[in-house]
Design a protein around this ligand. Sequence first.
Ligand code: SF4
Ligand code: F3S
Length: 119
Amino acid sequence: MTYLVDDNCIKCKYTDCVSVCPVDCFYEGENFLAINPDECIDCGVCEPECPAGAIKADSDFNETELAYWMKVNTDMSAKWPNITTQRDPLPDADANNREMNADVPDKREHLSEEPGAGD
Ligand code: SF4
Ligand code: F3S
């Protein structure tokens, strides 16, 4: 069992999630954060912290989506730097937040595999 980040994080990256994780298992990309599924202890405290609704338990994905996001979180967390300190969101975070703007389509095509700065 693990929690996973989905496309709602892309182009938002609010980073509220990182400051509450007791095992520091978030990893930073250019426009997305990934959870390392092997390190996540399934505590669930990060889920309500995300203003974009981007964090879900693996049991909340359907089979196809679970396979996709498990691979993204696993692969990206292995190559990106760890992030434990909250920072400013990306400049257009609110405009790209589906919780605030229902017109924003699925964002997975915009996922950058480039690393973020980490801390
Ligand atoms: Fe960290 Fe808990 Fe969220 Fe897993 S569920 S990423 S351990 S805060
Ligand atoms: Fe992304 Fe939400 Fe964390 S937008 S950086 S998963 S607070």
